[in-house]
Design a protein around this ligand. Structure first.
Ligand SMILES: [Zn+2]
Length: 131
């Protein structure tokens, strides 16, 4: 299954080992490791695999969980799937276009959505807004 996906998505060859581990093999980067945890400027977060815009800067908030967190997502940009790995039931979030694994969604986010998109920084590419 993984090999098949890798063949269909040649963009994987442009990614680092750490990115592949997260985006293709559903790994998780170490908490607190992403510089995007501290990113607060206006801009857009793109999928590191296929450059699809996933989140805007004003969707991000500081959850303190150790990963970049968002309370909502650009409509249609991601898909979700129930994930039973690690003896937990979580909702996995992946890019709707290239299917790269991004992170998980938890129901403990701020209002109005009450959702927390807990996303691996290596799956994202941030582009600051030109002002
Ligand atoms: Zn993608």
């Amino acid at each position: 299954m993984t090999d098949q996906i890798a063949k269909e998505h040649l963009w994987f060859s442009d990614l680092s080992c750490e990115q592949l581990n997260v985006m293709r093999d559903h790994g998780t980067e170490p908490p607190g490791s992403s510089p995007l945890n501290y990113e607060k400027r206006p801009g857009t977060y793109y999928c590191a695999g296929c450059q699809t815009p996933l989140f805007h800067g004003d969707m991000k908030y500081d959850s303190g969980c150790g990963w970049p967190a968002f309370f909502t997502v650009i409509e249609g940009a991601v898909e979700m799937e129930i994930d039973h790995s690690h003896h937990m039931t979580r909702t996995e979030v992946h890019c709707a276009r290239c299917k790269a694994h991004l992170g998980h969604i938890f129901p403990d986010g701020p209002m109005p959505t009450g959702e927390r998109y807990c996303i691996n920084g290596v799956s994202l590419k941030f582009k600051k807004e030109d002002v």
